[in-house]
Design a protein. Structure first.
Length: 291
């Protein structure tokens, strides 16, 4: 076991003896575990609205596109608005983060993406140089989980024990914080990066671990691939039926009689208007009058 993990475990044991904790308290390693799990984007979607939390570091969170400060305590997430803080009870359960406001209302977020810095740490990093069958390595998934294999030597340096470990990680500045599932915490530095900004080498206990690059196998230039050409022969078109010896029908004879000339219809005279009889009207009323 590397000396850093042994030293941290001894310190944790000494603190537990000198400063016993209550049954509800959590160790600092539990906070490290929670901080690593929080990294990334969390969202809530409804038909009309969308809320988001983006944890970029151990102290900054983007709350609905506005950067703000936060602190994490056992079971409590404090979000700051200037000097004022609002305490939310929180619960992490797999891909879900539930926040309970002081008034008792709850909002459950779902993980929507990994942290940008954690995405740049991905792949298998092997100890260099090491040609043994049980090579030491650290493997990162690009989200927040890691696995590792380390060797611990006996006092005579003649026998090594191979140990496998698992835990979570997060990026802090140019370092990686590894929190093991047994509560121990290690810090390793990012030694080099590739052209895309991804970690290419990490330094752990003054030992370099370099990322294994997987290259696609290319075909050998001396191998000639045979190409089979398939020729499809189209059948020749069939000959038209022979009509030899059969005379073509004669053209119809035109009628020599010319068509009759067009005669315009004769306009009929308009009928004379009927004589109108003038109707003489007697204006006025004779009702009640004298004869």
């Amino acid at each position: 076991m590397p000396h850093l993990r042994i030293r941290f475990a001894l310190c944790s044991l000494l603190c537990a003896v000198l400063f016993p904790l209550t049954s509800t308290a959590q160790s600092p390693s539990s906070i490290d575990w929670q901080l690593s799990l929080l990294r990334g984007t969390w969202e809530v979607h409804t038909f009309y609205q969308k809320w988001s939390l983006v944890f970029n570091s151990d102290s900054e969170v983007i709350l609905d596109k506005e950067a703000t400060r936060y602190t994490l305590e056992p079971g409590t997430l404090r979000l700051y608005d200037g000097d004022n803080a609002t305490a939310y009870a929180y619960k992490l359960s797999g891909e879900y983060l539930t926040l309970t406001s002081p008034d008792g209302s709850e909002k459950t977020y779902r993980r929507a993406g990994s942290g940008d810095a954690e995405k740049n740490v991905r792949g298998d990093f092997f100890r260099t140089p090491d040609t043994s069958s049980n090579r030491e390595f650290i493997s990162f998934d690009g989200d927040h989980s890691f696995s590792a294999r380390f060797k611990s030597w006996d006092s005579t340096q003649s026998h090594a024990t191979v140990n496998n470990y698992h835990g979570v990680y997060r990026v802090v500045a140019n370092s990686l914080l590894l929190t093991y599932d047994d509560g121990a915490v290690d810090q390793i530095s990012i030694r080099s990066r590739d052209k895309d900004g991804g970690a290419a080498g990490v330094l752990y206990n003054d030992v370099l671990f370099e990322r294994k690059i997987v290259r696609e196998a290319l075909p050998s230039p001396n191998v000639t691939q045979a190409t089979t050409t398939i020729i499809v022969t189209q059948p020749e078109p069939a000959d038209a039926p022979c009509i030899c010896g059969i005379p073509w029908p004669a053209s119809p004879v035109a009628d020599p009689t010319p068509p009759p000339a067009y005669a315009a219809p004769t306009a009929k005279p308009a009928p004379a208007p009927a004589a109108q009889t003038e109707i003489k009207r007697d204006f006025g009323s004779k009702r009640g009058g004298r004869p």
